[in-house]
Write a protein that binds this ligand. Structure first.
Ligand code: IFM
Length: 452
C-alpha cells in the first residue's frame, strides 16, 4: 500500500525576498530594516547579494520547472515596490515581480505571493515601524499597489509571514530587526501586524477576483515536560504568547484572556488592558480566510522557568545528536499531525496549507559534485507522511511547501545554516541541486506517492 495525496494538492517550495534576492541598490530599491540591521553590525552577513536571485531569477525558475513543483511561494520586497514605504510606487520594482510571475505561469507554476516577510521599509521604522498604527495604513496601500499590478495573474495571497517572529524577535527580544526589546512593544507590533493583515484581505479580494487569501502563522506546539503543575502552568503561558496569541484572533476568538490577565499581572502596560486595542479591531483581524498557512519545524516540551522553550533548543551547529537539525531543533513529525488535528478541532479553518517545512543541514558537494543530503530527505519524508496522516484523519490540508528552494541567508545565523533543496556557493552564486531535490522531484512525478 502506498500513501497518495489528492489531485490538485499543491506541491511547492518557498523563499523570501531578503533571504535570496540581493540587488540591494538595484533599480530604485529603498532601505529596509534588515539592510539597516546588517549595516549596524547586528548580523554576521548581509543580504546585499544573498543568492543573487534578482539577477538569476530565470535560472531559478528553470530549476523549479525541472523540479516539477506546481507552486512557488515567494515574497515581494516592500522597498522595491514603494521604496520609502508610503510614497510613490517604483515601477522598476513592480516590473521585476511582474516578469517573475509571467515566467512562473509560462512554466505551469502557480505563484503564491507573500506581501510581508519582515523587511519593513526603514523610512517607516523611523516613524515607529509596527508600533505606529499608521503603518497599518501603509501596509494596506502596499497590498493595494501590489495586487492592482499583479492581481489578474496572482491568485494565491499570503498577507504576512510569521507575525510572532516579526513582533517578538523584532520588538520583544530585539534579536531580529529592528532590534527593540520590550514585551509591551512586541504585543503592540503584533496587533498592528494582525490588523494590517485583516484590513488587507478585502483589498486583495477586490483587486484579484476569485483569489484565495491566507496568512502564514508559525508555531511552536508544546506540551508540559511533566504533570507537575508548575510545568503545566509554564507551558500554558508559552503556548499562549507563542501560539494562541496569533491563531486565536486571526481565527475569530480574540486575544486569549488567560494571557491578557497575565499581561496585567506582569504590568506589561502601565494600565490594565491592551492600550493598542480599539473597537472593531478584532472583527477586522478575523476577516474570513480561504486557508490558514502553517509554518512548522519542531515541537517543544516546556518546563518551569523556561517559558520561551529556549532550554529545549540546542546550540546551533553541525554536530547535533541524532534527531536534531543543525538549527538545534528536535525532529518531531508526529507533533505536526497532532497540531494539524488540534487546529482543525479548535479553529475549524476552511483549509490548511503547510506554507513552510524543512531542515537545515550543511552537507556540501563531494569530490564528484554530489550533495548527498540524506538527512534532509529523511526529514521531508517523515513530515510529508505526517501530513498524509492528517489528511487520512479528514483534515483539509491542501498544500505543502518545502523551505527552501535555495540555501539562503538564514537571518542572524548567516549563510552557514542551509535549508535549500539546491546548494548555493555564495561566493559565485553557483547552484547545485542536492540529492533531496531529485528525491522531491521523483516524489512529485510519481503522483505524490510514498512507499510504505
Ligand atoms: O528562514 C526562515 C524563514 O524566513 C521563516 N521561517 C523559518 C525559516 C527557517 O528558520
Amino acid at each position: 500500500m502506498s500513501i497518495a495525496f489528492p489531485d490538485g494538492f499543491s506541491w511547492g517550495v518557498a523563499t523570501s525576498a531578503y533571504q535570496i534576492e540581493g540587488g540591494r541598490h538595484q533599480d530604485g530599491k529603498g532601505e529596509s530594516i534588515w539592510d539597516r540591521f546588517a549595516d549596524t553590525g547586528r548580523m554576521p552577513e548581509s543580504g546585499d547579494i544573498a543568492c543573487d536571485h534578482y539577477h538569476r531569477w530565470q535560472e531559478d525558475v528553470d530549476l523549479m520547472a525541472e523540479l516539477g513543483v506546481t507552486a512557488y511561494r515567494f515574497s515581494t520586497a516592500w522597498t522595491r515596490i514603494i521604496p520609502d514605504g508610503a510614497g510613490s510606487p517604483n515601477q522598476a520594482g513592480i516590473d521585476f515581480y511582474s516578469r517573475l510571475v509571467d515566467e512562473l505561469l509560462r512554466k505551469g507554476i502557480t505563484p503564491w505571493l507573500t506581501l510581508y516577510h519582515w523587511d519593513l521599509p526603514q523610512a517607516l521604522q523611523a516613524a515607529g515601524g509596527w508600533l505606529n498604527r499608521d503603518t497599518v495604513d501603509a501596509f494596506v496601500r502596499y497590498a493595494d499597489v501590489v495586487s492592482t499590478a499583479l492581481g489578474g495573474r496572482v491568485k494565491n495571497w499570503i498577507t504576512h509571514n510569521e507575525p510572532w517572529v516579526a513582533s517578538h524577535l523584532g520588538y520583544g527580544t530585539g534579536v531580529f530587526a529592528p532590534g527593540i526589546d520590550d514585551l509591551g512593544s512586541a504585543l503592540t507590533a503584533a496587533h498592528h501586524i494582525l490588523l494590517s493583515h485583516g484590513r488587507a484581505v478585502p483589498v486583495l479580494r477586490e483587486n484579484s477576483q476569485g483569489c484565495e487569501v491566507g496568512i502564514a502563522l508559525d508555531c511552536r506546539p508544546s506540551q508540559p515536560a511533566s504533570a507537575d503543575p508548575a510545568d503545566v502552568a509554564t507551558n500554558r503561558a508559552h503556548d499562549g504568547f507563542r501560539n494562541r496569541w496569533f491563531f486565536d484572533p486571526v481565527l475569530g476568538k480574540g486575544y486569549p484572556t488567560d494571557i491578557t490577565a497575565m499581561c496585567d499581572e506582569r504590568s506589561v502596560f502601565e494600565q490594565p488592558g491592551l492600550p493598542f486595542l480599539r473597537p472593531g479591531d478584532l472583527e477586522e483581524i478575523a476577516a474570513p480566510l480561504d486557508f490558514l498557512g502553517l509554518n512548522y519545524y519542531t515541537g517543544v516540551e516546556i518546563s518551569e522557568g523556561d517559558e520561551d522553550g529556549m532550554g529545549v533548543v540546542l546550540p546551533e551547529g553541525p554536530n547535533q545528536p541524532d534527531g536534531y537539525t543543525e538549527m538545534g531543533w528536535e525532529i518531531t513529525p508526529q507533533v505536526l499531525t497532532d497540531y494539524l488535528q488540534h487546529l482543525d478541532e479548535v479553529y475549524r479553518p476552511r483549509s490548511i496549507v503547510i506554507t513552510e517545512n524543512g531542515a537545515s543541514y550543511s552537507d556540501g558537494p563531494d569530490e564528484s559534485g554530489v550533495v548527498a543530503d540524506h538527512r534532509r530527505i529523511a526529514y521531508l519524508d517523515q513530515h510529508i507522511r505526517a501530513t498524509a496522516a492528517a489528511l487520512a484523519a479528514g483534515i483539509s490540508v491542501r498544500g505543502y511547501f518545502v523551505w527552501s528552494l535555495l540555501d539562503n541567508l538564514e537571518w542572524t545565523s548567516g549563510y552557514k545554516q542551509r535549508f535549500g533543496l539546491i546548494w548555493v556557493d555564495h561566493a559565485t552564486g553557483r547552484r547545485i541541486p542536492k540529492t533531496s531535490y531529485y528525491w522531491y522531484r521523483d516524489f512529485i512525478r510519481n503522483a505524490s506517492r510514498l512507499s510504505p
